[in-house]
Design a protein around this ligand. Sequence first.
Ligand SMILES: Cc1cc2nc3c(=O)[nH]c(=O)nc-3n(C[C@H](O)[C@H](O)[C@H](O)COP(=O)(O)O)c2cc1C
Length: 202
Amino acid sequence: MDLDGELSVHGRSILERHCVLLMCHVSATTKILCGGGHMKIAVIYHSETGNTRQMAELVGEGCRKVEGVEARCMEVGEVDDDYVTESSAVIFGSPTYMGTCSWQLKKYLDSQPTGLADKLGGVFASQNWPGGGGGSFVEMTMIAAMLVHGMLIYSGGTVSGQPYLHFGAVSRKAPDEQLYRERCLKLGQNIATKARELFAGP
Ligand SMILES: Cc1cc2nc3c(=O)[nH]c(=O)nc-3n(C[C@H](O)[C@H](O)[C@H](O)COP(=O)(O)O)c2cc1C
């Protein structure tokens, strides 16, 4: 007990020690959530039954493989506009609905979202059937809107090696198979690597 009646340990008040511990905890948690990085990437997706969400999580994981990059996945109904504005790249994912991207994702792209211009952009899609529209029409529908918003579209392409990415990453249903997992991880990694090249500065 101090002279002024405050409990203390090794010369520090209990309150002071709690504050120090809390600050350490917040800092460690922030590092885990943000990957300890400085460049932000937003992954915006729509998913009703969880397949596209699983793809989004892998794409985010792929982004975080690149040093200095943090990534956050956001459901299309819960987009953090400030985070998008602060991001260097924005990656969109949608399920295939009637051969094209879902109306929920398209609604977001049609509603004048802020902060997309001049950012690197990528896409991914989940479909039920080979040739179901995901690998072509869903991705191109999103890409068209992203171009209109002034984004720079990128996937890494087949030149970045296997598993090949064409317009973006495509999975049949959830990315359970290794090929689909790897495509998602690779898309995130390719976009993050290019974003650093373009925007990280010297
Ligand atoms: C209304 C509706 C339309 C769909 N249309 C197609 C389609 O045209 N082609 C296809 O391959 N899959 C189609 N599907 C299947 C979904 O794209 C597929 O199940 C996807 O993995 C769902 O993603 P989610 O779990 O993220 O919601 C459709 C599903 C729904 C609900």
